[in-house]
Design a protein around this ligand. Structure first.
Ligand code: ADP
Ligand code: MG
Length: 700
């Protein structure tokens, strides 16, 4: 790899030639050196000039060129933070946290001081914060309180090419801010795609290119389609480790389960290798990376391995563009990723595994060429790449439920959603479906405007059904209990189940079971943890994840703060938990299911089969309940209901009259479906006539 070093040295020498860089460099520590090494540094002055002369600029650069970590600092150094702050949005929470941490280190300040971040339920900023990283969802919610984002001098919309739902809505909102506030600047950054489209959207604004510095990547395809890509990836990684020169490995998998399975298989092979080579094998540092992984473990991917060791990072598509790790020479790409997609059959969003787009596959390959010439092993055929993959991913706004977006835009007085300035408007079907769901929950009136319930729901950073549960909890006087349940639903699983102690941990979990409800089981866990003074050793003894519980406690305190500002008083139902189940039912009656056999249910609305998850507390009861509601469906080998609560069918009739009547059990499925369709077509007509009125009003 001598050639690589040589090239890097040449670049470095170029920087040294720049007069003032030399003296700066001599004084600087290594983080500052690294900053000057980044491609964006060589165009710092030109870039700042373009920003000075334009209100909106699109900045394009390869991943790793320094857009996310440097732009904000340049703006700060340039004085933009003297009046107002610099905000930078990220589609992913992990990226917001990790990048803020990095930038605070580069600026030698505590995280939360000059540099901070905010994600849902977590605000690590302070009065001195001038650079604020946040998820796009957080900024979107801020526009509710402050429509023209007055505290921001500059907003950097980062990773715009991801086209996340919130980013797409922000585009429309920020366009208005730009028109209204002359002092406001907007920078939109993007990997190489879509730049022209972004520029056009804001009225042909300049596109600034950061010169790339990438090395060629050799691409190798699988000769035949592979059956088990986890196995194939593990094999490939081991082959690289044993036969190829130094350089770290990055494997793309679709989600946490696969990542854990891959890491486990890799560590087994390594143990085997170490024992058969009598300890002479080089060490392989196996590092998982996914959004639910605790932050300290996430940070490990950036650490340098000990001399002679090789890193192998196993990640979701988070490592595609959001996070850049240097030193990767080998990429193993399964060609798949998880995407949230609205599934009309289920009437809800589900995370599903899909082949990635060609653009995403190329991004993945590019990760191998950051430090030197690399290799990308594609675990799919070249024909699959050419014929089966889409050129570009479908923007989220065109494939997911828009419940939250509809609620938010309505509260911003966007009466007719079809009028909103979307870069790519969502399909009308999606809008209608989402409005229908909100109407069912009582958030929209028959004419499609926000009801009192709807206005209250907007106040909570929760999905509409959870917000509804909370408001029903208030009405039924069990708000404390409901807030705890919502907090527990908002964090990763609190149950710890190590593979080698599955039996012990299952037994421990069963002790918390409330046989009518998984939701109440979660409530029970939390209340017992509280009764044991929130102790960590108590968690360990009971196979509970302290971190997740602590997180739930934080979420709870945030929700309590919001309730306080809304002057909503707390209430508890004590040990009478039946009423809590009714509150749960009010949020999920659209996810009601009727028993068909042991552990087997059918969805009451569409007759779709769904199964009780093996981990459910409901297996603990002698009889299976006839009617249940569930939090969500997950698709693995079967369609499993996740987090299930037994309900009284009369509640369904009371809370969801548009779906159920007391005699429902006698009514045929056909009739029920018809009733639902009727209700929906009324809604659709309302919406149609609404938009017609709007059009007429405009032409007049
Ligand atoms: P871009 O946004 O253009 O993709 P970034 O600003 O994210 O580029 O990355 C610039 C450099 O900073 C990369 O070399 C990356 O490895 C490094 N970097 C970013 N975050 C961290 C971190 N948390 N720890 C260490 N290095 C980091
Ligand atoms: Mg970036």
């Amino acid at each position: 790899d001598g050639e690589v070093d040589f090239k890097e040295d040449a670049k470095f020498a170029q920087h040294l030639k720049k007069g003032d860089a030399v003296s700066d460099f001599a004084k600087s520590n290594s983080l500052a050196q690294q900053r000057q090494y980044l491609p964006i540094f060589s165009v710092r002055d030109e870039l700042l000039q373009v920003v000075r002369e334009n209100q909106v600029v699109v900045v394009v650069g390869e991943t790793g060129s320094g857009k996310t970590t440097q732009l904000t600092q340049y703006l700060h150094e340039e004085g933009y933070t003297n009046n107002g702050i610099v905000g930078c949005t990220q589609p992913r929470r992990v990226a917001a946290m990790s990048v803020a941490k990095r930038v605070s280190e580069e600026m030698e300040t505590e995280l939360g001081d000059l540099v901070g971040y905010a994600i849902r339920f977590e605000d690590v900023t302070g009065p001195k914060t001038v650079i604020k990283y946040m998820t796009d969802g957080v900024l979107l919610r801020e526009t509710l309180k402050d429509a023209y984002l007055d505290k921001y001098r500059v907003v950097v919309m980062d990773e715009a090419h991801e086209r996340s739902l919130n980013t797409d809505v922000l585009f429309g909102i920020l366009k208005k801010v730009v028109a209204r506030r002359r002092d406001f600047k907007l920078i939109v950054t993007s990997a190489t795609l879509n730049a022209q489209k972004f520029s056009n959207f804001f009225g042909s604004v300049p596109i600034f290119h950061i010169p790339g510095r990438t090395f060629p990547v050799q691409i190798l395809y699988s000769k035949s389609p592979c059956e088990d890509y986890v196995e194939a990836a593990v094999k490939q990684a081991m082959t690289i480790h044993i036969t190829r020169p130094p350089g770290d490995i990055l494997i793309f998998m679709t989600g946490q389960d696969e990542i854990e399975a891959t890491c486990y298989a890799l560590s087994e092979r390594m143990q085997h290798l170490v024992s058969t080579t009598s300890g002479k094998a080089r060490n392989l540092l196996i590092l998982p990376m996914y959004s639910q992984l605790p932050a300290d473990l996430q940070a490990k991917i950036f650490e340098k391995p000990e001399a002679g060791a090789r890193k192998c990072i196993v990640a979701t598509n988070i490592a595609e563009t959001s996070l850049t790790v240097d030193g990767i020479y080998y990429v193993i790409d399964t060609g798949y990723g998880k995407m949230k997609v609205y599934n009309p059959r289920m009437g809800m969003d589900a995370l599903q595994v899909f082949p990635v787009s060609r653009a995403a596959a190329d991004q993945r390959a590019g990760r191998a060429g950051r430090t030197g010439p690399g290799t990308c092993y594609r675990l799919y055929t070249e024909n699959a790449y050419l014929d089966e993959m889409l050129a570009q991913p479908v923007p989220e706004i065109q494939r997911t439920n828009l419940g939250n977006v509809v609620l938010l835009l309505k509260s911003l007085n966007v009466e007719n959603l079809l009028d909103f300035d979307f870069m790519d408007p969502p399909p009308q079907d999606n809008i209608v479906n989402s409005m229908y769901q909100l109407w069912v929950l009582g958030a929209l009136s028959n004419t499609g405007s926000l009801t009192n319930v709807g206005w209250k729901m907007v106040e909570f950073p929760l999905d509409p059904p959870l917000a509804k549960m909370l408001l029903t909890g208030e009405r039924l006087k069990c708000l404390n209990e409901v807030v705890t349940i919502i907090s527990m639903l908002s964090v990763p699983s609190v149950f710890f189940r190590p593979k080698d102690r599955a039996k012990e941990s299952d037994d421990a979990r069963e002790k918390f079971f409330v046989s009518e409800s998984d939701h109440l089981t979660l409530l029970n866990v939390y209340q017992q943890w509280k009764a044991n003074e929130y102790r960590g050793d108590w968690c360990n003894d009971h196979y509970l994840q302290l971190k997740a519980l602590k997180k739930a406690r934080e979420v709870q305190s945030q929700l309590l703060d919001i309730l306080k500002t809304l002057k909503i008083g707390l209430s508890s139902c004590g040990p009478n938990w039946d009423i809590v189940r009714k509150a749960i039912c009010s949020a999920y009656f659209h996810n009601a299911a009727r028993m068909k056999g042991v552990g087997e249910y059918v969805n009451c609305r569409n007759g779709m089969p769904c199964h009780l998850h093996p981990s459910s507390a409901l297996y603990g009861s002698g009889d299976m309940p006839d009617y249940v509601v569930y939090h969500e469906l997950i698709l693995t080998t079967k369609e499993y209901m996740q987090c299930v609560t037994c309900v009284d069918p009369r509640w369904l009739a009371e809370l969801g009259p548009m779906f159920f009547s007391v005699k429902d059990s006698d009514t045929s499925m056909l009739e029920q479906t018809k009733k639902r369709k009727d209700a929906k077509s009324v809604m659709e007509k309302e919406i149609e006539s609404l938009s017609k009125e709007e059009v007429e009003a405009e032409t007049r």
